[in-house]
Design a protein around this ligand. Structure first.
Ligand SMILES: [Ca+2]
Ligand SMILES: [Ca+2]
Length: 228
C-alpha cells in the first residue's frame, strides 16, 4: 500500500522534472535521443544465406557426416540421389507437393527397388530438414538433406544413423543447422529423433515421421538428430 500511495507523487515529480529539463534544455542544441533497440523478432528471421547441403552418414557410425553444399535445392537433391533425380522442382515446397518426387524418395533407394542389388552405390535419403515451416526453405532459407547407405529398419531401439552436431551441417551459416530446423520430412522407412543439445543431450522429441511444423517447443531448438 505504501508504494501505491507514493506512486502518484513520484510520477508528478518526474513529470515536473522532465518539463523543467525540457524548458531548460530548449535553447541549447539537444543531444539526439538514443534510438531504442528494435523489439525482438518473434519468429526465426532466416539465415539470410540460402544453403542446401547434403550430409552423407554411415550406418551405425557416430562420425559426423561431411556436408556438400549447393546454391539450389534441385542441385542438392540431384547430388543426394546420385543423379537419379534430376527433374526436381525448383523449391523444396514445390518438391514436397510433387507426387513423383515424393514417390521416388519414399521408395527408398532413390526410386529404385528396395532390394536394389547395388544398394551401396546409391544414397538413401533419410530426411530433409528445413529452416522454415511447411518444408519451405524460402528465398533466403536453407535445407539439409541427410543421406545414408541403407534403409532404416522398423525397430527404433538402435538408431541406424546419427548426426551428433548440427553446427557442421550447413557450413556457411555461423551456427550451421543448429537451432534452425522448423520442419522436416522423413524417407526410407526412417524416423527422426531431434535433440535439444549436441551429442544427443537435453530433451528429445522421440522418433517422429514428417512434421510440417516441429512445434512451438522445438522450433529452432534441435542441435543433433538420430534416425531409426
Ligand atoms: Ca527455423
Ligand atoms: Ca539446441
Amino acid at each position: 500500500m505504501t508504494h501505491r500511495l507514493f506512486r502518484p507523487a513520484i510520477a508528478t515529480a518526474l513529470a515536473i522534472g522532465v518539463l523543467a529539463a525540457l524548458v531548460t534544455a530548449a535553447p541549447a542544441t539537444a543531444d539526439p535521443l538514443p534510438t531504442p533497440d528494435p523489439p525482438p523478432t518473434p519468429t526465426s528471421p532466416g539465415s539470410g544465406v540460402a544453403q542446401h547441403c547434403v550430409v552423407k552418414l554411415t550406418a551405425y557410425s557416430s562420425e559426423p557426416g561431411v556436408a556438400k553444399c549447393f546454391h539450389t535445392f534441385p542441385e542438392a537433391i540431384s547430388f543426394a540421389t546420385g543423379g537419379r533425380l534430376v527433374d526436381v522442382p525448383l523449391s523444396p515446397a514445390e518438391a514436397v507437393d510433387d507426387p513423383a518426387f515424393a514417390a521416388h524418395l519414399a521408395a527408398g533407394a532413390n526410386g529404385g527397388p528396395v532390394d536394389d542389388p547395388k544398394p551401396k552405390e546409391v544414397n538413401v535419403v533419410l530426411s530433409i530438414e528445413y529452416e522454415h515451416i511447411n518444408f519451405n526453405a524460402g528465398a533466403f532459407g536453407s535445407s539439409n538433406t541427410f543421406v545414408g547407405d541403407k534403409l532404416c529398419d522398423a525397430a527404433t531401439d538402435i538408431p541406424e544413423y546419427a548426426q551428433p552436431d548440427l553446427r557442421n551441417s550447413l557450413p556457411q551459416l555461423p551456427n550451421g543447422a543448429n537451432d534452425l530446423i522448423s520442419s522436416f520430412r522423413t524417407y526410407s522407412n526412417c524416423n527422426a529423433n531431434h535433440y535439444e543439445h549436441v551429442d544427443f543431450g537435453g530433451a528429445a522429441t522421440g522418433y517422429w515421421t514428417t512434421r510440417d511444423y516441429i512445434g512451438d517447443d522445438w522450433n529452432d531448438k534441435a542441435s543433433s538428430i538420430s534416425w531409426s
